[in-house]
Write a protein that binds this ligand. Sequence first.
Ligand SMILES: C[S@@+](CC[C@H](N)C(=O)[O-])C[C@H]1O[C@@H](n2cnc3c(N)ncnc32)[C@H](O)[C@@H]1O
Length: 301
Amino acid sequence: MSDPMNMNKLYQPDNVAAGPYIRDPVPCQQVAESKKLILAAAEWAQPGSALILGAGHCAELPLKELAARFENITLNDIDNAVLDEGLSAAGLTDEERAKLTIHIADLTGVTESLISRIEDILSADRDPQAVIEAMAHLLDTALVPGMPITGKYDLVIASCVLSQLHFGLLHRARLAFDRQFPGKDELLADSVRWTSALFEMARRMEQRFIDNLADHVAPGGFIYLSDSTQICEVKGTPEGKWETAGTQRMLRTRYITDYLDQRFVSVGRERWDWVVTPPLQPGDIGRVYDVQGVVLRTWRT
Ligand SMILES: C[S@@+](CC[C@H](N)C(=O)[O-])C[C@H]1O[C@@H](n2cnc3c(N)ncnc32)[C@H](O)[C@@H]1O
């Protein structure tokens, strides 16, 4: 995940009272739990085609087992280099590799055009506040076309990509702003107008993504959907505990199931901790994500 604590102006604090809170250390379950639930979904699905969205480093994906089960697998990510690394690390045989189709694409379908229009706005005005207003207005009015992907798949896997869809827009807009107004990128990051527009855009990207999941799953097919719904920065204490100021929501609500509706039937659900850089010494800083995974089935029609 890229730089999550820098994004916390977009995240909503979830604690009623301010911290600090003390937590017991927990082990990282991300890879084991993700693979377990994906494999369950793979066994339930017909062994025809699978689509993996935001496959990235493929660390959470049982790629070899999926290649053994499915006739063909389409892997998507916006980042070619990351996916290349992930595939190299997966240690696939030539036969397994031959089943894969790589599809590099932005699943929102809108980031590139928004960035290009933001660059136009930036080059047309020298007043940073006027630029921020125009950028926010652009987001307010932009439609989200969604995935440039065709076809229907027996299994669609979306492991920890839902919460990331707007990251490209966020980071690239900030870089473009900083290029035009060097040293003033905090003006954008601190702008309530911009942050609110981005927050709403992120929610629209997520909703479109959920609609696209339904569009691309075959009748009676399965979906594996997981994400880090909350993030918590933790610091090691001399007593061996973890101290935190509290948790922040990364999605619209703290439950991934709030994204689901009558199009989906939930047939499996788990919740686990994803610990990134666990604090090993007092004062070390780490992050814990609350990850929720669901296996969904669509109705046969
Ligand atoms: C947290 S990682 C998921 C990790 C991956 N599923 C794994 O098993 O290691 C999120 C991935 O989503 C990709 N991503 C983020 N926004 C995207 C977008 N708009 N379109 C396609 N992929 C995107 C990122 O490049 C990254 O590889």
